[in-house]
Design a protein around this ligand. Structure first.
Ligand SMILES: *Cc1c(COP(=O)(O)O)cnc(C)c1O
Length: 420
């Protein structure tokens, strides 16, 4: 018998509302955050220049990852900007990026007048394919940004080797991969610099914020100056100040720092809970035809920001898009929009919408055709993927209901297909 889909007016497979990151039921805020925020308020200084919370957060974050330096800032996008700015690139230099990520990975490259060069992805993980990265290196390439998408670490051994051989800087974007592991090394401890977002949806959050870590003192110093108008505060008096280079105000406030500091004590537990429940779902989906759980390579530990479900259109008898819509109607928080198009099909690139009508630096230096076909694996993978929002507060019952929904939608379309 074919069960009636919620999409067609049938009963929903997921009856209760699942916790989401937009409400306290889906976040981990508690007395720890409250007391540190109060402490910051009572200190009377809410700027990091004069306060203690942001400094403590930086020190404890660096220590937790085992990396010498950390620089907090106002967003994940800002943290990428710190990394690019630390390199002091020449206009027209190139940075290799993946086409499937948050736009915040890529915008700072353009802000520094450098050119993002898109490389294709491994079709299983949608993370950068090292062989394709190697093929897109030019004489102007300076850095590679490896995005551990959805919580799945990139093939960091291969990327690190390529970067070493070609003298490129390897930047990790860990915004979706807190405490993920590659070969028993934490994401964020492998590259020359690593960036994290503390935006509301991430594993740990202070609403808006970011942090960069690096083993290199020179990068850390330049990144820190970049958050603070390149104002060398050690010169103390305003009059003696010389602003050292073109920079930003990307400072994190003490209120945000207080929340981030409290969240840091919870992030390992958050990741462990997400991992356990996601692995439970994967086990439950073993015999559902037409769908494939997220790729889990043996040498990595995924941290499940999203649960990426692949739909094999031929086997499932339906497009991933339609499958996702049906899942959403069943009450599963599927995110079909995340994955419509690779970033290079945005007007920023296709119409060179940068500075006024100049198209700078893309028109001056760009050498890629920002058109369909640029990264075929990425385009195909996006067409066949549904992102399901994952959450540390999903219970075993929630996971069973999500599994029931996927099974219901899967069998509806495969049976409907078989009947035709
Ligand atoms: C969230 C995110 C960003 C941007 O972070 P913001 O805090 O929103 O600026 C960058 N890269 C990735 C991979 C992200 O998931």
């Amino acid at each position: 018998m074919i069960e009636q889909l919620a999409l067609d007016g049938g009963p929903r497979a997921v009856e209760e509302k699942l916790p989401t990151f937009l409400e306290s039921a889906g976040r981990s805020f508690g007395v720890e955050e409250e007391s540190l925020v109060l402490e910051a308020l009572r200190n009377g200084c809410l700027s990091r220049n004069g306060g203690t919370m942001v400094l403590r957060f930086e020190q404890e974050f660096a220590q937790a990852l085992g990396v010498p330096h950390a620089v907090a800032c106002s967003s994940g996008t800002a943290s990428i900007h710190l990394a690019i700015a630390a390199l002091n690139l020449e206009p027209g230099d190139e940075v290799i990026v993946p086409p499937i990520t948050d736009i915040g990975t890529v915008l700072p490259v353009l802000w520094q007048n450098a050119v993002p060069v898109f490389a294709d992805v491994d079709p299983r993980t949608m993370c950068l394919d090292p062989a394709d990265v190697a093929g897109r290196i030019s004489g102007r390439t300076r850095a590679v940004i490896a995005v551990h998408l959805a919580g799945q670490p990139c093939d960091m051994d291969a990327l690190a080797e390529i970067c070493k051989e070609r003298s490129l800087v390897l930047i990790e974007d860990c915004s979706q991969s807190y405490w993920a592991e590659h070969q028993r090394r934490l994401a964020g401890t492998i590259g020359d610099m690593a960036c994290f977002s503390l935006q509301q949806s991430k594993h740990m959050t202070c609403g808006e914020g970011g942090i960069l870590v690096t083993p290199r003192e020179d990068y850390a110093r330049r990144a820190r100056l970049f958050t603070d108008k390149a104002w060398p505060r050690e010169t103390k008096s305003l009059g003696s100040c010389r602003f050292l280079f073109l920079a930003q105000n990307y400072r994190m406030s003490e209120l945000a720092g207080a929340v981030a500091l409290a969240q840091l004590s919870k992030v390992r537990d958050t990741v462990a809970r997400r991992r356990a429940s996601a692995e439970r779902l994967t086990a439950l989906l073993a015999d559902v035809p037409g769908v494939t759980p997220p790729h889990a390579s043996s040498n990595t530990l995924h941290s499940y920001w999203l649960y990426m479900l692949r739909v094999n259109e031929a086997e499932a008898g339906v497009t991933a898009r339609r499958f996702g819509e049906a899942l959403t109607a069943e009450g599963v928080p599927a995110w079909v929009e995340y994955i419509i198009d690779p970033l290079y099909l945005s007007p920023i690139f296709t119409e060179s919408q940068t500075y006024g009508t100049s198209g700078y630096p893309l028109l001056e230096f760009g050498r890629q055709n920002y058109q369909r076909g640029l990264c075929p694996n990425a385009e195909a993978a996006l067409k066949s993927t549904i992102a399901i929002w994952w959450n540390e507060n999903y219970t075993e019952a929630h996971v069973h209901q999500i599994s029931d929904a996927i099974r219901k939608v899967g069998s509806h379309f495969s049976l409907a297909g078989a009947r035709q």
